[in-house]
Design a protein around this ligand. Structure first.
Ligand code: KIV
Length: 254
């Protein structure tokens, strides 16, 4: 039996189907292939690659050429999964740059693009969608703004923030975003947003009630042992496996 290609329509149809959307990051060919072979329907070349692959302290230094390099590698896996890519920091400050850079990512193999923010980047989001490029929103904690925020913090606790998140989610869904990532949104607010919009929410550190969950694969697999987000329960310890394989091999050399 051939595995059907996952599209944005497939992901949208998963909302309310009783099946949670499993989403993971993939920054290169082998990881995209392994995750695809594991049946993960939603793959993201996230700008988190800046931290877990390139060694930057946060995502603010990631460039378009770096995203394109990793996206091309992941796209060579030709996954059945839907493959998307983040627009990195400073690549969508204006409508013109947002559309131009989204097109660069599509040319490099992205089947959708994602950018961080709500009403403050709404003209850019509208223009990307008007150009026929599938768009995934990202609300809540916006890692590209971590320096202004002074750290990673939970969102939606204050009433004004709660209302703003809800309104932004509705705005993006109405504009045609096919899905929304909710990062570090307090669980009751993530649940309320999920119930109030017709497109799927994909949570990260936002509780169990989103339509799907996304993780940085290195966090899930224990491949980046120097930092572990509080909300992640690693399912493997790949860093330890690698070190142990190397130690065994080194010993075998005599
Ligand atoms: O950069 C990233 O990988 C992301 C996901 C973890 C949501 O934005």
């Amino acid at each position: 039996m051939t595995t059907p290609k996952i599209t944005t329509a497939t992901i949208r149809a998963m909302k309310g189907s009783g099946q949670k959307i499993a989403a993971l990051t993939a920054y290169d060919y082998p990881m995209a292939k392994m995750l695809d072979e594991s049946g993960v329907p939603f793959l993201l070349v996230g700008d988190s690659l800046g931290m877990v692959v390139l060694g930057y302290p946060d995502t603010t230094q990631v460039t378009m050429p770096e995203m394109v390099h990793h996206l091309r590698a992941a796209a060579r896996a030709k996954p059945h999964a839907l493959l998307g890519c983040d627009l990195p920091f400073n690549s969508y400050g204006t409508v013109a740059s947002a559309v131009a850079n989204a097109k660069v990512l599509v040319d490099a193999g992205a089947e959708f693009v994602k950018a961080e923010g709500g009403r403050e980047i709404f003209p850019q989001i509208e223009a990307i969608i008007a150009d026929g490029i599938p768009f995934c929103g990202h609300l809540g904690m916006l890692p590209q703004h971590v320096l202004e925020e002074g750290g990673y913090r939970l969102k939606g606790k204050e009433e004004a923030e709660h209302q703003r998140l809800l309104e932004d989610a509705q705005l993006l869904a109405a504009a045609g975003a096919f899905a929304l990532v909710l990062e570090l949104v307090i669980p009751p607010v993530a649940k309320e947003i999920t119930r109030s919009i017709s497109v799927p929410t994909i949570g990260i550190g936002s509780g169990p009630d989103c339509d799907g969950q996304i993780l940085v694969t290195q966090d899930l697999t224990g491949s980046f042992p120097w930092f572990k987000p509080r909300f992640v329960q690693p399912m493997a310890n790949c860093a330890m496996e690698i070190k142990s394989a190397v130690a065994t091999w080194k010993k075998s050399l005599g």
